[in-house]
Ligand binder design. Sequence first.
Ligand code: HEC
Length: 225
Amino acid sequence: MTGALASLALGVLASGLLAVGSAHAQQDPRRSGYDDMSSATQAMQRDDTQNPAMLFVADGEALWKRPAGSDAKTCASCHGDARTGMRGVAARYPAFYGSLARPVTLGERLNLCRTRQQRAEAWRAESAELLALEAYVALQSRGQVITPPDDTRLAPFRARGEQRYRQRIGQLDVHAKVVRIEFELVVVGTQTGVLLDIHGQRGDRPLEGQLPVLVLSGRCFERHG
Ligand code: HEC
């Protein structure tokens, strides 16, 4: 699959995760992009055998157990069974990473273990491997509500994210119309490290510029405009 398709599949998986979570948290004013999907897409979400994201999950499970680096360690060597070791992890990313002094996405966090713990080469952002492992780790939080960490170090990044979220784009005053689209795209970005622009194109801009939006995403599920 191409990176774009992979992102799409992963986004679909991610919003399914949100949807299940929001059903459990009835007081939570946030809403999932799942609610705006067509009934066909929703049906696909409810059936793992129909959901293309599950192909990535299967690849991710194999990668979880594959030795890498000089010590030939696997993710499982240190974290054990992902169903318990990774439960709830995806629901709290992006999270602040002390030694980099900034938030990291889930994908970046996996790559940090790959380079620092396994001493293997980092996977390229959006590579099939990284997306697959992310999908597998994200699945272990299925049913959980996205819960941004209660970490004051994230505050300045959230403030920048909010500013970007509300920023008018282009020469026309399209702000009110695009806000909802941005919201849906941000959900995709949360799980993949990829942000789509307002025309739905996959952005290849550096993560630095996207990060604040990604950090904010866990809090912005209400409908605008
Ligand atoms: C040599 C041991 C080791 C290996 C191998 C390893 N990790 Fe880790 N991992 C750690 C340690 C130690 C931490 C930090 C735990 C903490 O937060 O205190 C960590 C943290 C993480 C976290 C963050 C958890 C959280 O609660 O935020 C994720 C996600 C993760 N690892 C995924 C992976 C994946 C995926 C692989 C395989 C590509 C992997 N790790 C390989 C030792 C390892």
